[in-house]
Design a protein around this ligand. Structure first.
Ligand code: MN3
Length: 221
């Protein structure tokens, strides 16, 4: 039901900021494992609750990421036996699928639109302050998790938040603009314990334009 997405660039495209070996293992091993485990959890759901399984299948036929989003947004409906597996692996699939899309080879012509930056800045300050807060959050994110710039539609506010493990902001009703994976597997080969250097490097390969496009699509859907 769920599949590993192809990257829109080569594994070495983000060098020297994110190295090819890390990209290859992160995508083809780690992300693949979330996909495999999610598919295995779906097989269990098929046995445990066929109606729920059919509902997810129907959504996945049109858009598998929408199905993963439905799962993390309705964990209370997932059979308890596989709830944690679904939370971790549907979250992992969603988080990484977005992460690959908001990265790109370092280029000059890459910025948020003045319109969106103005809105974010009303809550989070200018881009320098946004980076400062985001980096501090990423460094303070203890253990394995993600740091996100999200829009909280309910409170009409942009926020920078940490999530543990593979929890997806979508499951909490937050719309991500972009996020950074701060699991050690995302940076350890190149940066070892130097997470701060990895977080700095992330901004060099962050595809603001693509992040904004995906954010707008989701906000308006
Ligand atoms: Mn990861």
């Amino acid at each position: 039901m769920f599949n590993l997405p192809q990257l829109e660039y080569d594994y070495d495209a983000l060098e020297p900021y994110i190295d090819a070996k890390t990209m290859e293992i992160h995508h083809s091993k780690h992300h693949q494992t979330y996909v495999n485990n999610l598919n295995a959890a779906m097989e269990s759901i098929k046995e445990l609750d066929i109606e729920f399984y059919k509902k997810i299948s129907k959504i996945a036929k049109k858009d598998e990421l929408a199905a993963a989003e439905y799962l993390v947004s309705h964990l209370e409906n997932v059979p308890e036996k596989v709830r944690t597996a679904v939370r971790n692996n549907a979250g992992g699939h969603l988080n990484h699928s977005l992460f690959w899309k908001v990265l790109k080879p370092a280029e000059d012509d890459n910025a948020l639109s003045a319109n969106l930056l103005k809105k974010i800045s009303a809550d989070q300050g200018d881009l320098v302050e946004i980076k400062e807060t985001f980096n501090a959050m990423a460094l303070a994110n203890f253990g394995s998790g993600w740091t996100w710039l999200v829009f909280d539609k309910k409170n009409d506010k942009f926020e920078i938040v940490n999530g543990p493990n593979q929890d997806s902001p979508l499951g909490a009703g937050l719309i991500p603009v972009f996020g950074i994976d701060v699991w050690e597997h995302a940076y350890y080969l190149k940066y070892q314990n130097r997470r701060a250097e990895y977080v700095d490097a992330f901004w060099e390969v962050l595809n603001f334009k693509q992040a904004e496009k995906l954010f707008d699509e989701r906000l308006n859907s």
